[in-house]
Design a binder for this molecule. Structure first.
Ligand code: SAH
Length: 344
């Protein structure tokens, strides 16, 4: 059961050894409580006076014996005692895939890692608006610095490693999946090189979820039995255009708005049909989500006003979405017709 209580200005006594209690202390402070500490059950280990009757006792399970009699006395005095998990071991980095930008698509592992973090370094594409409700950690935007200069990849890695070496549980929150055009491999390598323990929590990649937001399945029985995910960061070579055009499956392009023109022209030169369906899905799962459907021959002009972040989809699966949209619209028409007939 989860219960929300307004703790603003309330006295909360957090019990448990410092190493285990630091995250609970931060959570209660972030909730506006006046936090008092008791780090040993024998009364020692607190700074200043303790409140006579705290509103709540947050009992952190630090694995040490001797807390129960004290907590029993609190309960007997009518003070609620909330059990709190101990903080994890300090000084490691967790690379977390944040999904395409909605908390709905965060994994349970991502939510847990955020909750347990001391510091979160996040990107623009991660679900960053919701971070204050998911963690009480210090939040550091490394997507943009004041003046709109990006923090360089090298500097991000240095910041992460230094923070972990200082004893923090560091979360590096990235959009989508850390290993899909996310430079996750480089960040893992720099942690390993510095002797910092590191783990990776996979995320829902935009390559699959953003087309899905527009109703486009990347594979569909008898339509496409493969999909290829390509970076459009730099224009492809002629050879790559030929490979892609020859595959016959779905092509998904990330970071492809800037090179859309070259891609469409290149695929045409490689022999792909001009009427191959194509979609541009902008800002998936975010306000202003928009889908532009055209075909290979017309996409450059149809998508002239499109901007990043966007996912491009090339292939017959785009028509599957169109067909099911048509189906959904027909069903809605029938519902409206039925409602008006019943109403009259
Ligand atoms: N690691 C990420 C991709 C990083 S590259 C992942 O797995 O999703 C950044 C590109 O991802 C953007 O240029 C865009 O093509 C795509 N992208 C990420 N989030 C998106 C969103 N919400 N809507 C549309 N495209 C998105």
């Amino acid at each position: 059961m989860q219960l929300s209580i307004d703790l603003t200005g309330r006295d909360v006594l957090v019990t448990g050894a410092d190493f285990a209690a630091r995250q609970a202390v931060r959570r209660y402070e972030a909730a506006g409580a006046v936090v008092y500490r008791l780090s040993t059950p024998h009364g020692a280990g607190h700074d200043g006076p303790l409140p006579e009757k705290p509103f709540l006792v947050a009992a952190v399970d630090d694995g040490q014996p001797g807390w129960e009699p004290l907590l029993d006395r609190c309960r007997a005095a009518g003070i609620p005692v909330a059990a709190e998990p101990a903080a994890g071991p300090a000084g490691h980095v967790t690379l977390v895939g944040g999904g395409p930008g909605t908390t709905e698509l965060l994994t349970v592992g991502a939510v847990k890692a955020l909750r347990d973090a001391d510091v979160v370094f996040y990107d623009r594409l991660a679900p960053c608006q919701d971070l204050p409700s998911l963690t009480s950690a210090e939040l550091v935007d490394v997507g943009k610095k004041p003046g709109h200069h990006k923090v360089s990849q090298g500097d991000i890695e240095k910041l992460m490693v230094e923070s972990a070496l200082a004893g923090n549980n560091v979360v590096r929150l990235k959009g989508g999946d850390p290993y899909v055009f996310g430079r996750g491999g480089e960040e893992v390598a720099s942690c390993v090189a510095a002797g910092v323990p590191v783990r990776v929590i996979s995320g829902v990649t935009s390559a699959i979820s953003v087309p899905a937001a527009a109703g486009i399945p990347v594979t569909h029985r008898e339509v496409s039995h493969m999909f290829t995910v390509v970076s459009g960061h730099a224009p492809l070579t002629e050879k790559e255009h030929q490979h892609l055009a020859g595959l016959g499956g779905t092509i998904v392009v990330l970071m492809g708005i800037g090179t859309l023109h070259q891609l469409a022209a290149g695929l045409r030169r490689a022999g792909m049909r001009a009427d191959m369906p194509m979609a541009v899905v902008e800002r998936g799962y975010r306000p202003g989500q928009r889908t532009t459907v055209a075909d290979l021959g017309t996409i450059t002009s149809a998508a002239a006003g499109c901007s990043n972040p966007a996912v491009l989809v090339i292939g017959e699966v785009v028509r599957v979405a169109e067909a099911s949209r048509g189906h959904a619209e027909a069903a809605a028409d029938l519902d409206r017709l039925a409602a008006s007939l019943l109403g009259s």
